[in-house]
Design a protein around this ligand. Structure first.
Ligand code: IPE
Ligand code: IPE
Ligand code: MG
Length: 239
């Protein structure tokens, strides 16, 4: 597949990215893992801007999983600090950038300061159109269990009947309520697995796995992934 491929077809409405490979990028350069995360944050800024230029309506990024707490305290603290810096900057530039922020995940485990930044970003941007969904302390299974628990609670209280539950209704209990499913999910870094990302929403997504580490991810790589997406034949179970 050639780099720098441009297509005149419209991009997918919703692109999701597993931002992976920061640690390996740092290792290759003899730097600490946190330097890889800092470079990953730069790649995110670059790609979020490029998505806006292309007219992508929703960009969902996997920033921290429910499993990532297993990492060293130093690494986790480094990632949280980068998130804090990014959100402070996003709040500062809110009126200029006009991006809507949503957060998918259980924020209650984050520091009160970070939770407040997430809440402010969500509230202050809710009228904007282009949307970035940050998956923070996010796990696909955790999301589904929470949704099931919430529906069960409402059923137990008599506000819902079990027979009422449809796929559409259930989707409304997920973090992604009201967000259309992603058409394209990209995983850089060479790994070919889902790692608990958007398990429900990815039912018919096209996956593109790429051999580039996230900090090196450039607009050309996104063009390449979109080109690959357009070459796929999406059948949705039909013929
Ligand atoms: C992704 O990069 C960032 C997070 C999971 C927070 P990694 O840190 O997983 O990078 P690798 O996979 O070790 O290279
Ligand atoms: C997935 O990457 C999570 C994020 C990118 C935030 P991981 O690096 O945590 O996934 P595994 O461990 O390779 O499955
Ligand atoms: Mg990884």
């Amino acid at each position: 597949m050639a780099l720098s491929e441009k297509t005149t077809l419209p991009p997918p409405r919703h692109i999701a990215i597993i931002m992976d490979g920061n640690g390996r990028w740092a290792k290759k350069k003899g730097l600490p893992r946190t330097a890889g995360h800092a470079a990953g944050a730069e790649a995110f800024r670059r790609i979020a801007n490029y998505c806006r230029t292309l007219g992508v309506e929703y960009l969902t990024v996997y920033a921290f999983s429910t499993e990532n707490w297993k990492r060293s305290q130093e690494e986790v603290a480094g990632i949280m600090k980068l998130l804090k810096n990014y959100l402070e900057e996003a709040l500062r530039d809110m009126e200029k950038n006009r991006v809507r922020f949503r957060f998918f995940g259980d924020l209650s485990r984050l520091s009160p300061q970070l939770q407040k930044l997430c809440l402010d970003a969500e509230q202050r941007s809710h009228e904007y159109d282009v949307q970035v969904n940050f998956c923070l302390n996010y796990g696909g299974r955790d999301e589904i269990v929470r949704a099931a628990r919430e529906f069960a609670r409402e059923a137990a209280e008599g506000r819902r009947r079990p027979e009422e539950l449809t796929e559409e209704l259930f989707a409304g209990y997920l973090y992604s309520a009201q967000v259309p499913d992603p058409e394209l999910i990209i995983r850089p870094s060479g790994e070919k697995r889902i790692s608990n990302f958007l398990l429900w929403q990815s039912a018919y997504a096209e996956y593109v796995f790429m051999n580039v580490l996230w900090p090196d991810f450039a607009p050309e790589h996104l063009d390449e992934a979109i080109g690959e997406y357009h070459r796929r034949n999406r059948r949705f179970g039909g013929t």
